[in-house]
Design a protein around this ligand. Structure first.
Ligand code: ZN
Length: 172
Protein backbone atom coordinates (compact mmCIF):
# COMPACT_ATOMS: atom_id res chain seq x y z
CA UNK A 1 0.00 0.00 0.00
CA UNK A 2 1.34 3.40 -0.93
CA UNK A 3 1.36 5.72 2.08
CA UNK A 4 0.96 9.50 2.22
CA UNK A 5 4.26 11.30 2.67
CA UNK A 6 4.40 13.96 5.38
CA UNK A 7 5.98 17.17 4.11
CA UNK A 8 7.76 20.16 5.62
CA UNK A 9 6.76 22.22 7.60
CA UNK A 10 4.69 19.49 9.28
CA UNK A 11 5.87 19.49 12.95
CA UNK A 12 5.90 15.67 13.04
CA UNK A 13 9.12 15.81 11.01
CA UNK A 14 10.85 17.58 13.91
CA UNK A 15 10.18 14.94 16.54
CA UNK A 16 12.77 12.52 17.84
CA UNK A 17 11.48 9.00 17.13
CA UNK A 18 10.95 6.24 19.68
CA UNK A 19 12.76 2.88 19.55
CA UNK A 20 10.88 -0.09 18.10
CA UNK A 21 10.32 -2.29 21.17
CA UNK A 22 9.01 -5.30 19.34
CA UNK A 23 8.98 -6.25 15.68
CA UNK A 24 5.33 -7.08 15.21
CA UNK A 25 3.37 -7.99 12.10
CA UNK A 26 2.28 -4.34 11.98
CA UNK A 27 5.93 -3.20 11.82
CA UNK A 28 6.69 -5.71 9.05
CA UNK A 29 3.72 -4.50 7.04
CA UNK A 30 4.69 -0.87 7.61
CA UNK A 31 8.23 -1.57 6.37
CA UNK A 32 6.87 -3.20 3.19
CA UNK A 33 4.50 -0.28 2.63
CA UNK A 34 7.36 2.15 3.14
CA UNK A 35 9.47 0.37 0.51
CA UNK A 36 6.54 0.44 -1.91
CA UNK A 37 6.00 4.14 -1.20
CA UNK A 38 9.71 4.89 -1.65
CA UNK A 39 9.92 3.08 -5.02
CA UNK A 40 6.73 4.75 -6.25
CA UNK A 41 7.89 8.26 -5.32
CA UNK A 42 10.62 7.46 -6.55
CA UNK A 43 13.25 7.85 -3.88
CA UNK A 44 16.29 6.07 -2.47
CA UNK A 45 15.30 6.19 1.18
CA UNK A 46 12.34 6.74 3.49
CA UNK A 47 12.11 7.02 7.27
CA UNK A 48 9.04 6.21 9.39
CA UNK A 49 8.35 9.84 10.46
CA UNK A 50 7.93 10.67 6.75
CA UNK A 51 4.80 8.52 6.78
CA UNK A 52 3.65 9.86 10.14
CA UNK A 53 5.07 7.11 12.37
CA UNK A 54 7.21 8.23 15.28
CA UNK A 55 9.42 5.13 15.38
CA UNK A 56 13.04 4.28 14.59
CA UNK A 57 12.55 2.46 11.31
CA UNK A 58 13.90 3.30 7.87
CA UNK A 59 14.08 1.75 4.44
CA UNK A 60 16.53 2.46 1.65
CA UNK A 61 17.76 1.26 -1.71
CA UNK A 62 20.92 2.81 -3.11
CA UNK A 63 20.66 0.92 -6.43
CA UNK A 64 20.57 3.07 -9.56
CA UNK A 65 17.69 3.01 -12.01
CA UNK A 66 19.16 0.27 -14.21
CA UNK A 67 20.64 -1.79 -11.39
CA UNK A 68 19.08 -4.69 -9.57
CA UNK A 69 17.10 -3.57 -6.52
CA UNK A 70 18.86 -3.68 -3.15
CA UNK A 71 16.10 -2.96 -0.63
CA UNK A 72 17.15 -2.59 3.00
CA UNK A 73 15.02 -2.32 6.11
CA UNK A 74 16.73 -1.05 9.26
CA UNK A 75 15.14 -1.13 12.70
CA UNK A 76 16.63 0.93 15.55
CA UNK A 77 19.72 1.92 13.55
CA UNK A 78 22.76 3.41 15.25
CA UNK A 79 25.51 5.13 13.30
CA UNK A 80 29.12 5.93 14.00
CA UNK A 81 30.35 8.44 11.44
CA UNK A 82 33.94 8.28 10.22
CA UNK A 83 36.18 8.77 7.25
CA UNK A 84 36.26 12.28 5.89
CA UNK A 85 33.81 15.08 5.51
CA UNK A 86 32.34 15.23 2.05
CA UNK A 87 29.74 17.25 0.19
CA UNK A 88 26.59 15.41 -0.77
CA UNK A 89 25.73 17.28 -3.94
CA UNK A 90 22.20 18.40 -4.64
CA UNK A 91 20.65 16.34 -1.90
CA UNK A 92 16.87 16.24 -1.86
CA UNK A 93 14.12 14.71 0.25
CA UNK A 94 10.62 13.37 -0.42
CA UNK A 95 9.41 15.45 2.55
CA UNK A 96 10.94 18.72 1.37
CA UNK A 97 8.50 20.35 -1.09
CA UNK A 98 9.14 21.85 -4.49
CA UNK A 99 11.89 19.33 -5.23
CA UNK A 100 14.33 21.60 -3.42
CA UNK A 101 17.95 20.50 -3.54
CA UNK A 102 21.12 21.69 -1.85
CA UNK A 103 24.66 20.59 -1.08
CA UNK A 104 24.98 19.07 2.38
CA UNK A 105 28.03 18.12 4.43
CA UNK A 106 28.16 14.42 5.17
CA UNK A 107 30.74 11.78 6.15
CA UNK A 108 32.24 9.31 3.69
CA UNK A 109 31.97 6.29 6.01
CA UNK A 110 29.44 4.98 8.47
CA UNK A 111 29.59 2.10 10.85
CA UNK A 112 26.03 0.84 11.06
CA UNK A 113 24.36 -1.25 13.74
CA UNK A 114 20.69 -2.09 13.39
CA UNK A 115 18.14 -4.84 13.61
CA UNK A 116 16.54 -6.49 10.62
CA UNK A 117 12.87 -7.43 10.46
CA UNK A 118 13.73 -10.87 11.89
CA UNK A 119 15.08 -9.12 15.00
CA UNK A 120 18.66 -10.21 14.25
CA UNK A 121 21.45 -7.66 14.55
CA UNK A 122 23.23 -6.25 11.53
CA UNK A 123 26.64 -4.64 11.85
CA UNK A 124 28.47 -3.29 8.83
CA UNK A 125 30.50 -0.51 7.29
CA UNK A 126 28.92 1.60 4.57
CA UNK A 127 30.66 3.95 2.16
CA UNK A 128 29.87 6.55 -0.45
CA UNK A 129 26.25 6.77 -1.60
CA UNK A 130 25.03 4.10 0.84
CA UNK A 131 26.68 6.01 3.69
CA UNK A 132 25.11 9.30 2.61
CA UNK A 133 21.61 7.83 2.33
CA UNK A 134 21.76 6.21 5.73
CA UNK A 135 22.95 9.50 7.30
CA UNK A 136 20.06 11.36 5.66
CA UNK A 137 17.47 8.79 6.78
CA UNK A 138 18.93 8.51 10.27
CA UNK A 139 18.64 12.28 10.64
CA UNK A 140 14.88 11.93 10.08
CA UNK A 141 14.70 9.69 13.16
CA UNK A 142 16.31 12.53 15.13
CA UNK A 143 13.86 15.09 13.75
CA UNK A 144 16.44 16.62 11.41
CA UNK A 145 15.95 17.50 7.74
CA UNK A 146 18.75 18.27 5.28
CA UNK A 147 17.49 21.86 5.11
CA UNK A 148 18.45 22.15 8.79
CA UNK A 149 22.05 21.74 7.62
CA UNK A 150 22.23 24.46 4.96
CA UNK A 151 23.26 28.09 5.46
CA UNK A 152 20.87 30.43 7.23
CA UNK A 153 20.54 32.57 4.10
CA UNK A 154 19.61 29.62 1.86
CA UNK A 155 17.18 28.39 4.47
CA UNK A 156 15.45 31.77 4.72
CA UNK A 157 15.11 31.99 0.95
CA UNK A 158 13.69 28.48 0.85
CA UNK A 159 11.27 29.10 3.72
CA UNK A 160 9.93 32.17 1.92
CA UNK A 161 9.35 30.13 -1.22
CA UNK A 162 7.54 27.44 0.74
CA UNK A 163 5.33 30.02 2.42
CA UNK A 164 4.27 31.41 -0.95
CA UNK A 165 3.74 27.92 -2.33
CA UNK A 166 1.56 26.95 0.65
CA UNK A 167 -0.52 30.10 0.25
CA UNK A 168 -1.12 29.35 -3.42
CA UNK A 169 -1.93 25.73 -2.60
CA UNK A 170 -4.47 26.71 0.05
CA UNK A 171 -5.99 29.38 -2.17
CA UNK A 172 -6.47 26.89 -5.03
ZN1 ZN B 1 14.47 12.77 3.60
Amino acid sequence: MILDIVTYPDPRLKEVCQPVEEITEEIRQLAQDMLETMYAAPGVGLAAPQVGKNIRLLVMDPAGKDEEKRPRILVNPELVLSGEETVSEQEGCLSVPMNYRADVRRWTQVHLRAQGLDGGFIEEDLEDFDAIIVQHEYDHLEGILFIDKISRLRRTLYDNKVKKWLKRKHAA
